[in-house]
Design a binder for this molecule. Sequence first.
Ligand code: ZN
Ligand code: ZN
Length: 415
Amino acid sequence: METFVECLGASREVGRSAFMLHTDRNIMLDYGIKIFDESGQAKFPLETPVKPDMMVLSHAHLDHSGCIPALYVQNRIRWYSTPPTKDICEVLWMDSMKIMGDDLPYRLGHLKKAQKFWNPLLYRHPINSGETKIELYDAGHISGAAMVEITHRGKSFFYTGDFKIEETFMHRGAKFAEGVDTLMIESTYAKRDHPPRRQAEEKFMESIYETLENGGNVLLPAFALGRTQELIALLRSYDREIPIFVDGMGREMSRIYMAYPKYLKDPDSFKKAVRSVTLVQSIPDKKAALREPSVIISTAGMLNGGPVLNYIFNANSESKIIFTGYCVEGTNGWMLQNNGNIVKDGQELAVDLPVEYLDLSAHAGRTDLLRFIKKANPEKILLVHGDKPEDFAQELEEEHGFKSVAPLPGERVML
Ligand SMILES: [Zn+2]
Ligand SMILES: [Zn+2]
């Protein structure tokens, strides 16, 4: 029997992660969407070439999970993930239904059907199907995020999903994998390292204090999932007093985070931190957030919609915007950082507030990717989830002696 992987997305691109591993079972690994492609449109993964037998989800980010309901247009298969991943997916799927509606390749009925076919899979509690064993490990990326190891006839296939080795405020960080035959690894930051975390945080706090002392608001556009929680924990670990407001879906996500304390590094401190911030629920709350100097964490992280836009246009001139995550080219967040304007309701609008950037990435940087690869010491490497991963593949081959491929969309890689 031949084992191979079909690459249905996240192949020479970041977004729409989707792979099918063929052992004695056809196993879907993630089935995500790309929310913004080059033209600002959503992009979906390629269709599954054969019927999947089951599906394993690494984590809840929509670029990994967003197209799962589409699998249920035709199939009735079990899908597996950690419990927080499933809870978060349900919220995100309903939200994309609201935002994208008819543009999605599935309907509400398929989403509901998908929910019924979920099965829990916990870290380090493997399951077997035929001759195939599946085991999850903590990926240190967001709550419930997993790396997936699939063993078939003594050969190990290891998929990292999105991962981070370094500890953050919310997570302990992923452990290294060993004895891997094929490694399918994300390569988002194959080209660079993140700046030293501690130093970046201190600079961030200084910048916040400066703005608050001048009477301004610090606006932190942030993804509801992961980044919002990390920011709450970070800010409170440095300062217990400054007023913090959280607007958008981050509220709901923080609730799910607290419902699964075992998936957090320090759940007690996180709970305390969440209790100390104002979760914006009403128009008066929104007004209160801007009345005094404060820190406002709000969706959307790339400024494409969400309550953050109103804060930007209503904050006083002493205020400041600090991005803490990557903005895809063509999004409002990217335009603001590069051209100083954004598009709202079809109109181009200039933003006069100063803009800063702090790297708080939840992905492994270049050095950690190399360390992970060397420890795993695989026979073959598939580089996915990256910009121009073919450069990194070449480097791994020529300088480190690893057989490496950066598959194209639709490519079948024999193992
Ligand atoms: Zn992710
Ligand atoms: Zn991702």
